[in-house]
Design a protein around this ligand. Structure first.
Ligand SMILES: Cc1cc2nc3c(=O)[nH]c(=O)nc-3n(C[C@H](O)[C@H](O)[C@H](O)COP(=O)(O)OP(=O)(O)OC[C@H]3O[C@@H](n4cnc5c(N)ncnc54)[C@H](O)[C@@H]3O)c2cc1C
Length: 325
């Protein structure tokens, strides 16, 4: 018996999310005395895949026929199903993203397995299997129990964190038996968006709240972010008011992020906001109100006017970066 982790292959690269999923599976495996096995589909180099061993994976099935490079959910579901049977997986983990949302429900029907999406924490019990999940777009947290032989989970990105736990990883070739045509649709063109740094993957995040007063004033934060190679984020009212794009909103109802440094600028630090950033290694609060709740969770705090502090900070960082080139 084992835990199977679906590893997303992004054009031959791994994403942080797959490392985090592996670390999550390893924490489950340690409690249950099971092994963590992965499955990756499509062309990807072994050197890249070896990173998974650092997070506790001991075996990886690689279905690397190039005919699978283009994801077809129906076919991928069959491949995962065959891997589940191959390793006798009791728990199957997917990323909580478009791929997980497309494949996990199909697999759950085929395996008659319980499916729990948007998982926020490690299971609190295995008999019966019980775990916390996000509900109602983050307005509530539900505790759910699965009463099926197999359970499929999609833990949310950054809800567990990257925890290293090095193992020797054995990579094995996996040849699924797929008789039906690979795709009923043909991909005739692809246009990638020119998105910059992804918020969920960023090491440094510069985030602004209602204290920034207007959409235009966010230019100051964008300049600071550019200096630091950081992504930008915001509190929910800022996104609700249209000052920033909705996908920058972090918190209980937004994205959960875990950067190394999180700058919370003109953000009060409401509990619903902090719920999305509590995994950050270091929080820097900048607020004119010394009583703002953000200072209760911040590792560093600056009390003062953001409009004065940000340009000064930016100039100092620029100088430091220039001098240390
Ligand atoms: C069910 C539910 C879910 C929610 N989910 C989320 C969520 O996911 N994410 C989220 O962010 N919120 C969420 N909220 C809203 C949350 O409760 C807060 O209302 C919100 O986070 C406040 O945003 P803010 O800190 O930007 O604004 P405010 O609370 O208005 O705070 C602005 C801060 O800026 C400071 N400030 C003002 N001027 C300056 C200046 N010149 N320089 C420096 N500082 C200044 C002020 O002192 C103040 O602390 C949720 C609420 C509910 C009820």
């Amino acid at each position: 018996m084992s835990i199977l982790v679906y590893i997303r292959n992004v054009g031959g690269q791994l994403k942080k999310q797959s490392l985090e999923l592996t670390a999550y599976a390893k924490a489950m495996a340690d409690t249950l005395n099971l092994e963590v096995t992965g499955l990756v589909i499509g062309t990807i180099a072994d050197d890249e895949l070896k990173k998974l061993g650092n997070y506790g994976m001991s075996r990886l099935l690689k279905a690397d026929d190039e005919k699978y490079n283009q994801r077809v959910n129906r076919v991928y579901t069959r491949i995962v199903e065959q891997a589940v049977n191959e390793v006798d997986a009791k728990y199957i983990l997917f990323p909580d993203n478009a791929q997980g949302k497309a494949i996990a429900p199909r697999l759950s029907v085929r395996l008659k397995a319980g499916f729990i999406p948007q998982v926020l924490d490690l299971p609190s019990s295995y008999e019966p299997f019980t775990v916390k999940k996000r509900a109602f777009t983050g307005k509530a947290i539900a505790t759910v129990t699965a009463h099926t032989e197999r359970v499929i989970l999609t833990p949310m990105l950054n809800s567990f964190g990257l925890r290293e736990n090095a193992r020797d990883l054995e990579i094995q070739s996996f040849e699924p038996h797929i008789e039906e045509p690979n795709s009923r649709l043909e991909l005739v063109g692809k246009q990638l968006s020119e998105e910059g740094l992804q918020l969920a993957d960023a090491d440094i995040v510069v985030s602004g709240g209602r204290g920034m007063r207007s959409s235009e004033n966010f230019a100051l934060l964008e300049e600071l972010a550019a200096t630091l190679g950081a992504a930008t984020a915001c509190s929910r009212p800022v996104a609700d008011d249209g000052w920033r794009p909705a996908d920058e909103h972090v918190g209980q109802t937004g994205k959960i992020i875990a950067p190394n440094i999180y700058f919370a600028i003109g953000i009060s630090g409401a509990i619903q906001h902090v719920a999305g950033v509590s995994g950050a290694k270091c929080i820097v609060g900048i607020n004119s109100d010394p009583e703002a709740p953000i200072f209760e969770v911040a590792d560093y705090g600056m009390v003062g006017d953001a409009f004065q502090i940000i340009p000064e900070l930016n100039a100092l960082f620029k100088k430091h970066i220039h001098e240390n080139k």
